[in-house]
Design a protein around this ligand. Structure first.
Ligand code: ATP
Length: 338
């Protein structure tokens, strides 16, 4: 039995959590995976009702669960997910972008993954208001750069795809910080003779993700560049509604969509739950790998195949050119995965 902490979050979050929980239960039931799901309050709603965006009881519930599945939170994201990434040392943010048949993608052969360093850069909260000017602190260490590079090379090996890692940075301008990052990646590359390694400036990468996204395999980059490029690659592959992600550390992991709380469509019943359901697949794959449990891999495969068969058959939500509501889509996934 696996304990799963489920954060419903804000905006479209609770709609996604409600819809995806049924699909997750159906797939796990069919594969013989026992799960106990506990809902955990975090985000803007928790701040309003409990006085804290991440109450101590929520942090404890996340810590003590086997894995956490998290919907997006709103304005308090920095106090929730940015805090959790550092607190639990979830140093690798894995963001796959894949164009599935039936998606409004730039091309139908996109299959890449962004491996984003998750604990450093300008996202550590080191900002100073000097009155009339502001200063942000950018931290990039050799240790964190090497461990994210290693994670990227392992990912390239495990994917059995093009076996290529592209290190994305801007070391011609940020010579110290990105110099450390690019040299660390090159050092780690020398340990992986079977994986091709190259480097690209972030602006060129942003262009190439539109021009020839099919050529990428694994992109490894720093925190903020990874945040921006992963929205771009998600859109290139069909849209944020299809984009899952994982925050992985050595002892814990949190799975969540790439997108935010999307307040503009909250309550319209049109949000695409695929991003959340595919995040649940990444959670099951992680449990399969870390607990050596083949049933979790089976549940993941049932769930992802169900999503693919829905969209390939034209049963889609509005963002990707269909007319199904969030619940209709998720119910369809659940019945196919069962
Ligand atoms: P953040 O900065 O927190 O990532 P954001 O302001 O970039 O948030 P998102 O919430 O990520 O905005 O969403 C951007 C747009 O993409 C939304 O306005 C919404 O229209 C669309 N979108 C995001 N997620 C989904 C989804 N699951 N289904 C349908 N549309 C979505």
């Amino acid at each position: 039995m696996y304990s799963i902490s489920l954060v419903p979050g804000d905006g479209i979050g609770p709609e996604l959590a409600d819809a995806a929980e049924g699909a997750l239960r159906a797939a796990c039931g069919a594969a013989g995976v026992g799960i106990a799901v506990t809902r955990v309050a975090a985000g803007d709603a928790a701040l309003e009702s409990k006085g804290s965006a991440l109450p101590a009881s929520s942090l404890e519930a996340i810590r003590s669960s086997d894995a956490c599945l998290k919907a997006p939170v709103g304005e308090s994201a920095r106090d929730v997910i940015v805090f959790l990434r550092r607190e639990l040392d979830l140093y690798a943010n894995i963001r796959p972008a894949r164009s599935y048949p039936g998606m409004p993608a730039l091309r139908d052969d996109i299959d890449l993954v962004i491996v984003r360093e998750n604990t450093e850069d300008v996202y550590t909260g080191g900002e100073v208001d000097l009155g009339g000017a502001g200063v942000a602190l950018r931290t990039v260490s050799e240790r964190a750069s090497e461990r994210i590079a290693r994670c990227a090379f392992e990912e390239a090996r495990a994917r059995a795809g093009k076996a290529r890692v592209t290190c994305v940075h801007k070391s011609n301008v940020m010579r110290v910080t990105d110099g450390i990052f690019s040299r660390a990646c090159a050092r780690v590359a020398s340990e992986y003779a079977d994986v091709r390694f190259d480097e690209m400036y972030v602006d060129a990468c942003a262009m190439n993700l539109i021009r020839e996204p099919q050529k990428f395999d694994v992109i490894v980059t720093t925190n903020m560049f990874g945040d921006i490029l992963s929205d771009e690659s998600a859109q290139a592959a069909g849209g944020l509604g299809m984009a899952p992600a994982a925050n992985i550390g050595d002892k814990a992991a949190i799975f969540e969509p790439v997108h935010g709380a999307a307040f503009d469509i909250a309550g319209t019943r049109s949000a695409n739950p695929s991003s959340f359901i595919l995040s649940a697949c990444m959670m099951l794959d992680w449990l399969a790998r870390t607990r050596r449990d083949g049933r979790c891999a089976q549940a993941s495969s049932r769930l992802s195949s169900a999503v693919l068969s829905m969209v390939a058959g034209g049963a889609k939500t509005r963002d990707v050119g269909g007319g199904l509501t969030t619940a209709e889509f998720a119910d369809g996934v659940a019945s196919r995965a069962a």
